[in-house]
Ligand binder design. Structure first.
Ligand code: ACO
Length: 312
């Protein structure tokens, strides 16, 4: 797969609700405790609240501001989410209106927690077909589909949004390689019916996630002609710190070259990769020209990886 017109990611913005829910807060109403949650998941606290459209619009505004652009400069809005405000219209329509965007294309994309990764590849495809700038938002409010009396799920989820401005670039793309995968026969491992709550087989997802993340990350590295040592930062989906650690070990990427925000935000699904990316940028862990390895997995079961050169 190759295209004549490349992409560059120009900026990143995030939004999280103000309300912080700590492990101790959860332990007050659930049969759980801070030690178990910290040891088994790496999560210390998460943010809860807001709507998918409001968080998305806030993150998108910040990404636009950081790029020195306005909503009028965007040609398509791609919104990756598993928790749209409603069934119809697409949440992207509300976000487009909140941002005051021109009457350009706007749509939702659902690939579970891999949504941001799918959105990245779709955005690159849109650029390849002629669009100049795409605003990609990964956003989820899993708290709205969580049974807060179910300790197996309640301790994991958080709400948030992350957005990036993607634009056309002449010459070689900064998206050096990518792969998208899904195995629909595994959809029973993580699902939510209309009006219901999230259900998952945590142990089975854990086992499968480590394997598929490592496979697709290795494929992305090899397709880009790179070794793990060439990667400045691994930016993985944040579902469980132990999944991240196991993947790092197998990929031979040390944890200090890995973006981790799960301790503060929990599993924010489509938002977790841009939240981790923004945090690393803020901490000065990414310089222009650095190679990033992004990996996602989630409901579907879907998974995906990409190698991205940071900067324009
Ligand atoms: N607090 C205290 N104890 C708990 C809790 C809790 N919140 N949850 C389960 N336990 C207990 C279990 O009942 C079990 O007790 P037992 O030994 O007496 O039977 C024990 O802790 C161990 O349970 P396991 O399920 O084996 O714990 P595990 O180490 O597998 O961790 C977890 C569970 C955190 C869910 C892990 O399997 C995981 O993270 N899986 C992957 C999840 C994931 O990646 N999901 C993808 C997306 S999720 C999403 O989108 C919401």
């Amino acid at each position: 797969m190759s295209s004549a017109r490349g992409i560059a990611v120009r900026s990143c913005g995030i939004a999280v609700p103000e309300k912080v829910l700590t492990n101790d807060d959860l332990a007050a109403t659930l049969d759980t405790n801070d030690a178990w949650i910290t040891e088994r998941t790496g999560i210390k606290e998460r943010r809860i609240g807001g709507t998918t459209s409001s968080l998305a619009a806030e993150a998108a505004s910040e990404a636009l501001r950081r790029a020195g652009l306005s909503a009028e400069d965007i040609d398509v809005l791609v919104l990756a989410t598993t928790t749209p405000d409603g069934i119809a219209p697409a949440t992207a329509s509300a976000v487009q209106d909140l941002l005051g965007m021109r009457r350009v294309g706007a749509f939702d994309l659902n690939a579970g927690c891999s949504g941001f990764m799918y959105g990245l590849v779709v955005s690159a495809g849109l650029v390849a077909t002629g669009y100049e700038r795409v605003l990609l938002v990964g956003v989820d409010t899993l708290s709205r589909i969580t049974d807060w009396t179910d300790r197996t799920i309640a301790v994991l989820v958080g709400d948030g949004a992350g957005a990036v401005v993607i634009e056309a670039r002449d010459g070689q793309s900064n998206l050096l390689s990518h792969n998208l995968h899904s195995d629909g026969s595994l959809r029973h491992l993580l699902y939510c019916e209309h009006g219901g709550y999230l259900w998952m087989d945590g142990q089975e997802i854990f086992r499968k996630a480590v394997r598929v993340v490592v496979e697709s990350a290795e494929q992305a590295l090899s397709d880009a002609g790179l070794e793990a040592d060439d990667i400045a930062l691994l930016v993985p989906h944040q579902a469980n710190r132990r999944i991240i650690q196991a993947a790092c070990q197998r990929l031979k990427i040390p944890e200090d070259r890995t973006a981790v925000v799960i301790d503060r935000y929990g599993n924010t699904s489509s938002a977790s990769i841009p939240l981790a990316l923004a945090d690393a940028l803020e901490a000065g862990k990414i310089s222009d020209g650095d190679l990033l390895l992004l990996c996602g997995f989630g409901a579907g079961m879907s998974w995906a990886s990409a190698v991205l050169r940071w900067g324009s």
